[in-house]
Ligand binder design. Structure first.
Ligand code: SAM
Ligand code: SF4
Length: 454
């Protein structure tokens, strides 16, 4: 990897799980009333044909991992489980009442926090309560995030019996020095056990999350982690770049110093090494940070160009509507985004008052909708074309000059009205999306909002 390119393109940039990105939402032009109208419209247009996706945020964790950027609440008090599950089910009732017709669930994902913090019996109450009010679409996909240290065989069996066929386990790194720094002691044997149990029960896709760029992590640690991962051959691997965002309230990324982190060029070497080792082990690079074996449905979706990206990450099918339940969850009706309150007490209070607990959102303009599609094309297929697009990028000098510079650096190939990201350009996909992000270009942030792109 060319260090001058790393230096040049290592800037703060969004991960584009949405466009517009959250800091650029026009919250003043958003209201709960508009959210409900937009959601209803998208639901009526798509519920019978493609169905909807559901994301449920389960925020509790027993112990704080100091690298973690997710919305979580640390507690060992398991009495929190039941009130939380009943609040989520009440929120689902509010949505079902609004939508009228039975939702047709195509995808459901339990994320966190740690879904496996919850007892299996409570997870069953949750899923039964959700599906009682809904229909299941053909080939529906249910998935969850499991913590290898607390996922039990009963969790795996209970969720499998409820229709879950996909699970992802947080691995991060196997080296003891790194594990100590991130306050997450998790031996290989724990990951091996849950991976093998999931396979034996019949899960068709097991995924592992690995991170590079962690404190004290070296290239050798990344290689050691990938070599161990290869022994278990998960169907998918998320190989994330550590997002250092210590200014985000409550995320606790303070257990180490900035100087304990690898430099951008070392981090880039870790990525290149990891990517090579994953390719040697039979994994295909299917999108930003994501790798899959040829037998996995996400690989098939990437080849057939049906892969989609939303707040849950990459998914094999696209639905116009995604409803996010639970604290901090973001919902998407394609025409609008809405985010739930982040505090648990406030969430309970709104639910008890029969109010959908949304506190901010954004209604997409026509320009947003066009750019959103280009960013999705780049993130999912590493190419985009604007032949039929209303917004003609050939006439926008800011976009053109950025694309020209990236073409000169070999990151992309440009033809009239279309671009293709090269192999060399794939690690810079966030930077290439930024060229299309007109909101970011018109209003450059004065303080750092996003993690660094490398
Ligand atoms: C909600 S956790 C997964 C489930 C469970 N809580 C666990 O830790 O095993 C989601 C994943 O996000 C990733 N993640 C969290 N914070 C991150 C950060 N700052 N940078 C990059 N990835 C991060 C980790 O790989 C983690 O496994
Ligand atoms: S990485 Fe997982 S277990 Fe650790 S604090 Fe974050 S959400 Fe909780």
């Amino acid at each position: 990897m060319c260090f001058s390119l790393v230096n040049k393109y290592n800037v703060a940039g969004p991960r584009y799980t949405s466009y517009p990105t959250v800091p650029y939402w026009n919250v003043d032009k958003f209201s709960l009333k508009q959210w409900k109208e937009n959601l209803k419209k998208a639901f009526e247009e798509s519920n019978t044909t493609e169905g909807i996706s559901l994301y449920i945020h389960l925020p509790f964790c027993e112990s704080l991992c100091t690298f973690c950027g997710c919305n979580k609440r640390i507690t060992k008090r398991h009495e929190v489980e039941s009130p939380y599950i009943s609040a989520v089910l009440k929120e689902w009732d509010l949505y079902c009442d609004l939508l009228g017709e039975k939702p047709n669930i195509k995808e459901l994902h339990l994320g966190g926090g740690t879904p496996t913090f919850f007892d299996s019996k409570n997870l069953k109450i949750l899923i039964d309560g959700i599906t009682r009010k809904a229909k299941l679409a053909d080939n529906y996909e249910f998935s969850f995030e499991g913590h290898p240290n607390n996922t039990t065989e009963t969790h795996l069996q209970t969720l499998f019996d409820l229709g879950f066929k996909r699970v992802s386990f947080g691995v991060q790194d196997y080296n003891p020095i790194v594990q100590k720094a991130i306050h997450r002691i998790q031996p290989f044997e724990n990951v091996k056990k849950v991976t093998e149990q999931a396979r034996a029960i019949g899960y068709t896709s097991v995924s592992h999350d690995i991170i590079f760029g962690l404190p004290f992590q070296t290239e050798a640690h990344v290689a050691e982690t990938i070599n161990k991962t290869k022994e278990l051959l998960p169907d998918r691997i998320a190989f994330y770049s550590y997002a250092h965002v210590p200014w985000i309230k409550g995320n606790g990324q303070r257990g180490y110093k900035d100087s304990d982190l690898p430099t951008p060029s070392i981090k880039q070497n870790q990525y290149q090494l990891g990517k090579k080792l994953l390719a040697d082990a039979g994994y295909y690079d299917i999108g930003m940070d994501h790798f899959a074996l040829k037998t996995d449905s996400l690989y098939t979706a990437s080849v057939s160009e049906t892969m989609h990206r939303n707040f849950m990450g990459y998914t094999a099918s696209k639905t116009k509507v995604m409803i996010g339940l639970g604290v901090s969850s973001i919902s998407d009706s394609w025409y609008a985004f809405a985010q739930n309150v982040k505090g648990i007490e406030e969430y309970y209070h709104l639910i008890e008052s029969q109010i959908i607990p949304v506190f901010r959102g954004h209604i997409l303009t026509n320009e947003d909708l066009i750019i959103r599609q280009h960013i999705l094309n780049l993130m999912c297929h590493f190419k985009t074309s604007w032949i039929d697009s209303d917004l003609y990028f050939e006439e926008i000098p800011e976009v053109l000059s950025k694309l020209k510079e990236m073409e000169d650096d070999g990151l992309l190939k440009k033809e009239l009205n279309q671009i293709f990201i090269t192999e060399k350009g794939k690690p810079f996909v966030r930077n290439i999306c930024m060229a299309f992000d007109l909101l970011l270009q018109r209003n450059k942030p004065e303080t750092q909002l996003f993690s660094m792109t490398i």
